[in-house]
Design a protein around this ligand. Structure first.
Ligand code: Z57
Length: 808
């Protein structure tokens, strides 16, 4: 019997009875308990294992099909994966939702109750981590042979709560009670070296021997990544650091120094202990570099192991393998592959370099200078001495190439060098990533253009064809079907089938309903019901949401100035015809980012002042929803009327929350930044509230000596708002926030204030005409099909990966 053909896999339950049998058998034999004594957690684990079995069977067939076809593989390397809750998604993707709902009654439980026990693995900060999760979903849905590689942090993104209106952090011990979705694979463990020194290899000028000073084990486990509407189930493989036996100090143990004997092992395990909670900023800590190399070293050895299962010729490696680097975090993979090929597999340098360059592709997610990773040479040298030597050689050969193309242009050479000299010698990871890859992409049209024209301009001069755009996208399964079942049912009913879930451009068929009065009525009642579920405020009020990480460039402070202005207007005219509005903020600030944390405090102080004011509170309510994560996004997005996308133009690489909100019928108020531009182009300018400077104007304003005080002096409403903040009307924090706005106002908040306020007035005028608003809302959904991650993955597959699907 050929087991690889999948023969012998047991038939999985299809009826409620069979599913119930499976539940009971899992309860008895895998959970070791009985119906009578099962806790809610037992029931949850049992259901999860039973659902997982359905996917595991498809996984086995997927692996067999992939092995048989020896395809070209996509490996997605990412320091973050924000996968979101698993149970509800896996019920949907395995088609077991209905029967499972019936069957759990045997355990005396409901599906909703058990879904409430599902803990989301928060192995990411924000957009970059969630993008990784959406892309692996779409790769499976498009039958692309792919593996995601990441780190299995013990502690994910911290839990946020408010304490007296200020952000407080608690650790996220997400797998404390176990994780039923994970398959450990200890036999695939890898060893990773750190520190030590290098030694020459006799008879070779390029090869070196690296003698590490510390050895750490990497133990993988994987989570299943099912495709929707197909049999493919791919995996995300996550590495966890373990101490090796050699890290156990026997002599100390024998001397009775037990804690000291294991301190090396504890040090090793710290590598995957905690996710760094900084989004779009770099701290340059050694442990972070250790995490990055740990991920890269384990993953590359695993990739090579998989390659060698079916292949033996290194010249085929780059044909069978594409490795996508999610930002610069995994960029050490470039020197690491060189080290493996040259030092361990003894390939010639030039041959190894040709293979390496053809294997990798790099996605850049930022334009912020503080987010571009650089490592001090001395940190690199101590931790990864051989990699630094390899980087020096790569750089020398690269600069020779630049010198040939642009003879005598020394400024260009120093700008392009992988090693920066000022103010201290540093390894520039973005330069390394561009030099060592076949393709480089930005994540929205504007972002990719600005990358070519500014941050990576010299590289675009040298290799214009290398630079591409691939606009981000989101999963319509998670962010419409699961998050917004009411809207999904209406769409399916209107379109005649649910094919839109994997062919999202079909939403354009909704256009013909946009003016239909009874359709509009249903559309409005769905939005209202979603607001009732969210319970953030009056469901008839305009629900205005700003949900994203707190960062000064995203400008939550601009939204706050609008709230204060509205508060003052209402106070000055209590009998005015005011539109009731609920402003909902959610998002985390990096724990050490004081300016962002001050903005959170000020928001809550302003919210409390308004709540206590009987004149204003009927018309204005500020809500701060704690602990923003994927699960909370799934609750807020379907209930939003207005989506705040108000970053300073030229700063937000793309944004993906903007796409989720537009797709669910929220209207956007936004600047010409990131993917907002593409959203506006598709939904139509008449269905989008545009304000503010564009990226070019913003850059010019900065260069020509921006003075925020000019705006303060010339705009009475702005002055009143800032004066109130400064005077301590909302407490002490006001001082710092106002000081930073009037002092430098790094992100031109005051320059965009008037345009923003006037635009909010236009929002209110539109809201006064419900039919007009609803029509705009429908058209936003109808024309957001482009923002499916399925389209994003199709773009990568066609233009960067050049892979073809393998049907299971
Ligand atoms: C991160 O979430 C993003 C960029 C980064 O450099 C880092 Br570090 C983390 C975000 C961008 O800010 C968003 O604009 C973008 O939509 C997202 O990555 C996905 O591309």
């Amino acid at each position: 019997m050929d087991l690889r053909q999948g023969i012998g896999l047991r038939k999985l339950g299809k009826t409620v009875d069979e599913f119930q049998q499976d539940l009971l058998s899992n309860l008895y034999f895998r959970r070791g308990t009985t119906v009578e004594s099962a806790s809610p957690r037992d029931a949850y684990e049992t259901l999860s294992l039973t659902v997982r079995d359905h996917l595991a069977e498809r996984r086995a067939r997927t692996a067999a099909a992939h092995y048989a076809s020896n395809p070209r593989w996509v490996y997605y390397l990412s320091a973050e994966f924000l996968l979101g809750a698993q149970l509800e998604q896996n019920l949907l993707y395995s088609g077991t939702g209905e029967i499972a709902g019936q069957a759990v009654k045997a355990l005396g439980r409901t599906l909703e109750e058990l879904e409430g026990l599902d803990v989301e693995p928060g192995l990411g900060n924000g957009g970059l981590g969630r993008l990784a999760a959406c892309l692996v979903d779409s790769m499976a849905t498009r039958d692309i042979p792919a593996v995601g590689y990441g780190i299995r942090y013990d502690f994910g993104i911290f839990k946020q709560s408010l304490s007296d209106g200020a952000q407080a952090e608690r650790p996220d011990d997400w797998a404390f009670q176990g994780n039923p979705w994970e398959f450990p694979a200890p036999d695939d463990r890898q060893t990773v070296g750190f520190y030590g020194h290098t030694e020459p290899v006799p008879g070779s000028s390029t090869r070196k021997k690296w003698v590490p000073g510390e050895i750490v084990l990497g133990e993988p486990s994987h989570m299943l990544v099912p495709g929707y509407g197909t049999d493919t189930v791919n995996i995300v493989r996550l590495w966890r650091a373990r101490g090796s036996e050699a890290s156990f100090d026997l002599s100390r143990f024998s001397a009775g120094q037990y804690a000291e004997a294991v301190q090396e092992a504890v040090r090793a395990e710290n590598i995957s202990k905690v996710l760094y909670p900084d989004d779009s900023t770099e701290l340059g800590r050694e442990l972070r570099l250790k995490q990055q190399y740990f991920l890269v070293s384990c993953s590359l050895r695993d990739i090579i192991r998989r390659f060698r299962l079916r292949n033996s010729n290194w010249d085929e490696f780059a044909e069978k393998t594409v490795i996508q680097l999610n930002d610069t975090h995994p960029t050490i993979a470039i020197p690491e592959l060189m080290r493996l090929l040259v030092d361990e597999y003894e390939l010639e340098w030039d041959r190894a370099w040709a293979i390496t360059r053809k294997t990798f592709a790099y996605t850049c997610h930022t334009l912020l200078p503080e987010a571009l990773e650089t490592w001090p040479v001395h940190v690199f040298e101590r931790l990864l001495p051989r990699h630094l030597e390899i980087i020096y050689l790569i750089n020398m050969l690269f600069l020779r190439e630049v010198e040939e193309r642009f003879p005598g242009d020394n400024d260009r050479l120093s700008r392009m060098s992988i090693i920066g000299e000022q103010p201290e010698r540093r390894v520039r990871m973005a330069n390394l990533a561009v030099v060592g890859t076949e393709a480089v992409n930005g994540v929205a049209e504007l972002h990719s253009k600005l990358l070519r024209e500014t941050v990576l301009n010299d590289f675009a001069d040298l290799w214009p064809a290398k630079f591409q755009n691939v606009t981000n996208g989101i999963s319509p399964r998670r962010f419409v079907k699961l998050a917004n079942p009411r809207l999904s049912d209406l769409i399916t009913e209107s379109l005649g089938d649910d094919g839109w879930l994997t062919d999202l451009e079909r939403l354009a068929e909704l256009e013909s309903f946009a003016g239909d009065a009874s359709f509009q009525e249903r559309w409005r009642s769905i939005k209202r019901a979603n607001k009732v579920d969210l319970a953030a405020g009056d469901p008839d009020s305009l629900t205005d949401v700003m949900i994203k990480r707190f960062h000064e460039y995203k400008r939550q402070q601009l939204k706050l100035l609008h709230i204060i202005t509205q508060y003052q207007r209402i106070r000055n005219d209590p009998n005015g015809d005011w539109i009731p509005r609920t402003v909902l903020f959610a998002g985390k600030a990096a724990p050490a980012y004081h300016a962002a944390k001050n903005i959170i405090r000020l928001i809550n102080a302003v919210g409390a002042t308004i709540a206590a004011d009987p004149v204003v509170s009927p018309y204005l309510k500020v809500v701060f929803a704690e602990n923003y994560n994927v699960t909370l996004a799934e609750q807020i997005v379907p209930a939003a009327d207005l989506s705040e996308q108000i970053s300073l133009a030229g700063k937000e690489a793309s944004g993906t929350g903007n796409m989720k909100l537009a797709l669910n019928g929220a209207l956007t108020i936004g600047t010409l930044d990131g993917a907002n531009i593409e959203i506006r182009a598709r939904v139509g300018e008449e269905n989008f509230f545009l304000f503010g400077l564009d990226a070019f104007e913003a850059a010019e304003r900065k260069i020509s000596g921006y003075r925020p005080a000019d705006h303060y002096e010339q705009d009475a409403e702005l002055r009143q708002a800032i004066d109130a903040i400064n005077a301590g009307v909302f407490g002490d924090v006001g001082h710092d926030v106002a000081g930073s706005l009037l002092g430098h106002d790094e992100y031109l908040t005051l320059a965009d204030y008037r345009s923003y306020i006037d635009c909010q007035d236009a929002v209110e005028a539109a809201w006064r005409d419900p039919d007009h608003w609803t029509r705009m809302s429908i058209l936003n959904t109808a024309h957001s099909g482009f923002f499916s991650a399925d389209r994003t993955v199709a773009d990568y597959a066609a233009r960067i990966w050049r892979v073809t699907p393998v049907r299971v």
